[in-house]
Design a protein around this ligand. Sequence first.
Ligand SMILES: Nc1ncnc2c1ncn2[C@@H]1O[C@H](COP(=O)(O)OP(=O)(O)OP(=O)(O)O)[C@@H](O)[C@H]1O
Length: 262
Amino acid sequence: MSRSTGSGKSARKLVDEVTAAFPEGGFTGLIGPNGSGKSTLLRLLAGLYGPSGGHVLLDGADLADLRRRDIARRVAVTAQEVASEAEMTVMDVVLLGRLPHRRGRAAPSRHDLRAAGEAMAHLGVEPLAERVWSTLSGGERQRVNIARALAQEPAALLLDEPTNHLDITHRLDLLEFLARIPATVVAALHDLDLAARHCDHLVLLHAGRVVASGTPEEVLTPPHMERVFGVRSTLRTGPDGRPELRLDRAGLPTVADGTGRG
Ligand SMILES: Nc1ncnc2c1ncn2[C@@H]1O[C@H](COP(=O)(O)OP(=O)(O)OP(=O)(O)O)[C@@H](O)[C@H]1O
């Protein structure tokens, strides 16, 4: 899909010398500690930030040369936290995803309604269609927000911590769904074990730079895990053939009783 080289726009570089490619139709997990630059890189890929150097390419075209609307027709993005006060129904929120495809203030077309309905069905939020957004729980809001992005029918779906607020069942459902869809998916993820199991490609960031990118086996190596997260790790193939990551802080102080005295 796209490739980003360069840095964020700021006197201080938030991401620097990033060169990364995101396999078309694949599911890339963007991993790294807090503050390592995952959200910033997603914003660069979405064209919300312009790089102060380098380029972000979408199918070979520089995002800087594309109109905002043309980018929005092909790239959908969700933020980490979404505003909670909107008094719109869930259906109206999901239909916002159709805006880049609609002309002026015309009523939603049959195709718009179908795309919104299908997106809601995929995320299991159809029963919430008439609910007011501000009354939803955190996890419901997260799923509706992803449904909105999906209703956009994007070629590339950029998701900032999409498993936030989701219980384990919804986490697994969502990650399996993202691995299956034909769109190019790039998601910032904190659950390294889930990223190992569900993503076919990983980009590991540390202090605004790419430390490694490739398959889970290439990226989740003990030296990378120790260097970036300060943890020991073992990656093996599970009984279902998928990678299984085990992490521990052996040798480091632990918080065993919640008092911090371990
Ligand atoms: N608008 C901004 N102005 C100044 N610094 C910023 C801005 N946005 C982000 N940063 C800084 O850039 C760095 C990268 O932030 P970013 O949000 O991209 O990290 P992240 O990997 O997504 O972190 P997290 O896992 O905590 O969500 C952080 O040090 C952050 O404080």
